[in-house]
Ligand binder design. Structure first.
Ligand SMILES: [Fe+2]
Ligand SMILES: [Fe+2]
Length: 262
């Protein structure tokens, strides 16, 4: 099974010309073109939040317009830049009591999509309602291999600002639940605008780049949150039995091919 993971599209409305000199819509369209060309066999495209940069009806209209007729089903979740009420106008089916939480299942797998948004804050949280939803789903899916998608990273990233002001505040409660199950294979998150990989006990985790702008790696304890010129990418996730293979593909430059040895 193949899943395409996109993140942090940060779409802007038509009045705003660009974001840090970048056209987010152009880049999202290019990513989808590339997916259409090379990954038509994918089962789904997941977008792990920060769908728009500044939440407005217009910005969500632009986002919806780009993804709505894509040939592969698109499953977005919300991040700290999103607004549930506006998002749900366009995706009303993806909700649980006003939150953007939903699940999908196949014979073999279950995919859980979490809402870690705290309105108007950079950090994330899972309230009791959302945690109970997660617990109930995991109880129901004990016979499936579980993949979880969420916006905020549930482990330390060593990106100072992302860990102090913009992390998942109650990750201990999240792990209290996750630790009770041995069929959770992998967690995919967004938010960091970088390729990262993590491992906690038997659960592996990853993020991919933003389709729009990237965040510089600043290992020193600076508070500055810097964007940089790194290329955008999406991630191709290959799932087979309990195995997972990830490829991060820089889609803007895919036609630049030449012969070489590795
Ligand atoms: Fe973001
Ligand atoms: Fe974010």
């Amino acid at each position: 099974m193949k899943i395409i993971h996109l993140s942090d599209t940060h779409i802007i409305d038509t009045k705003q010309k660009n974001l840090y000199g970048i056209d987010p819509s152009f880049r999202l369209r290019k990513a989808l073109e590339s997916i259409q060309k090379y990954h038509k066999d994918a089962s789904m495209v997941v977008i792990t939040g920060d769908l728009v940069d500044m939440p407005s009806k217009e910005a969500y209209a632009v986002f919806y317009d780009i993804v709505k007729d894509f040939s592969i089903p698109v499953y977005p979740i919300v991040g700290n830049h999103d607004k549930r009420e506006l998002f749900l106008r366009y995706f009303p089916k993806l909700q649980f009591e006003g939150f953007v939480q939903y699940s999908l299942e196949t014979e073999e797998f279950a995919f859980l999509f979490l809402d870690t948004l705290v309105a108007d804050k950079p950090y994330g949280n899972l309230c009791q309602k959302r945690l109970t939803w997660l617990k109930n789903k995991l109880e129901n899916y004990k016979d499936k291999k579980i993949y979880i998608f969420m916006h905020h990273h549930p482990l330390k990233s060593f990106l100072y600002e992302m860990d102090s002001d913009a992390n998942l505040k109650n990750s201990d409660k999240f792990w209290d639940i996750i630790d009770r199950y041995d069929n959770i294979l992998h967690i995919t998150y967004g938010h960091l605008h970088r390729i990262t990989q993590m491992q906690r006990k038997n659960v592996s985790l990853h993020s991919t780049k933003s389709t729009t702008f990237q965040v510089a790696f600043t290992p020193d304890e600076t508070k500055e949150h810097l964007t940089n010129e790194e290329k955008p990418a999406y991630c191709i996730m290959f799932l087979k039995d309990t195995n997972l293979l990830l490829h991060h593909h820089e889609f803007l430059y895919e036609d630049e091919k030449y012969t070489g040895y590795c």
